[in-house]
Design a protein around this ligand. Structure first.
Ligand code: UTP
Length: 290
């Protein structure tokens, strides 16, 4: 079955980016000239996704506004002859069919994904974490969808992370299948001891799930940090029917982390056709004086 639906959980509290995220959702933090979540939506659309559910909560109404029309602004842009930016503004609302639901309590990523049950129905669906921006020529979500089509199992996007930080991530037991594809048979969220570490491969930011995840999530108890962890539910799939891991190409930026935000800004600005050259010259000047 073709994967055309995606879920973007964006209801976290963003405590690592306070005070910026006191009233501004981290998913709306700007990278050069677009909010982070727009890069994520564009990646989904470039991967063949047509319907996107964004999981929000109180205070995140500006996410809905960003993907809606804005008649007054559009009118003004037209009247003042700003045709290029007018077209850019209008095109945002046409990227996909957007749906929104509120996660009423911030009980974890697994709980947020479980809010998508009625939107998803009985289809496989992609999950793009709202604070993970991935930039690359081949959209990461599309790479996972291709692996789903080939192997017919749930898929996780994986990368090897430095051993000293694995306790902040998940850790996966994997066997190599072919090129950048692995078979995953077990996983643990935020391993606390050396014995719990299964490998340095971790799930980063993207997965394609099958609808059987919802019954599993219904029965998943709070795990690390007292939250209902998506990894704990995916572990059941990994241990029973296995999950496919794709060591995706593309650079991931963690928008839930202050350093990650700075890295995204610098690297994406350098690639920007209008600003890149001027920004590079500026950076060289700054770096020479360090
Ligand atoms: P994180 O754990 O990185 O987000 O969740 P957080 O809870 O906002 O982070 P900190 O630790 O407080 O800074 C990964 C993704 O899952 C969403 C977040 O918005 C983020 O996109 N999420 C997390 C939810 O939608 N609901 C939750 O209850 C938790």
């Amino acid at each position: 079955m073709k994967v055309t639906k995606a879920v973007i959980p964006a209801a976290g509290l963003g405590t690592r980016v306070l005070p910026a995220t006191k009233s501004m959702p981290k998913e709306m933090l700007t990278i050069v000239d677009k909010p982070a979540i727009q890069y994520i939506v564009e990646e989904a659309v470039n991967s063949g996704i047509t319907d996107i559910l964004i999981i929000t909560n109180r205070g995140k109404g500006i996410i809905e506004d960003h993907f809606d029309r804005s008649p007054e602004l559009e009118q003004r842009l037209l009247e003042t002859g700003k045709k290029d930016i007018y077209e850019q503004v209008v095109s945002i609302s046409k990227l996909a069919n957007f749906y929104f639901i509120r996660q009423k309590e911030t009980k974890g990523l697994g709980h947020a994904v479980n809010c998508a049950r009625s939107f998803v129905g009985n289809e496989p669906f992609a999950v793009l974490y709202g604070d993970d921006v991935i930039i690359g020529d081949d959209p990461a979500c599309g790479q996972l969808i291709r692996a789903y089509e080939k192997f017919g199992k749930a898929v996780v996007g994986i990368k090897s992370v430095p051993e000293e930080v694995i306790s902040k991530y998940s850790s996966l037991r994997v066997e190599h299948l072919e090129s950048n594809i692995y078979n995953c048979t077990d996983m643990v969220e935020k391993p606390q001891t050396k014995e719990e570490v299964l490998s340095t491969y971790s799930i980063l930011g993207r997965c394609v799930l099958t609808p059987d995840i919802f019954d599993i999530l219904d029965n998943t108890e709070p795990g690390a940090g007292g939250e209902i962890q998506l990894t704990d539910a995916m572990r059941t799939l990994a241990q029973t029917v296995n999950i496919t891991g794709v060591d995706f190409t593309g650079k991931r930026y963690d928008m839930g982390d202050k350093l990650g935000i700075l890295q995204a800004t610098v690297e994406i600005a350098l690639k920007n056709p209008a600003l890149g050259d001027a920004f590079k010259a500026y950076l060289k000047e700054i770096v020479a004086a360090l």
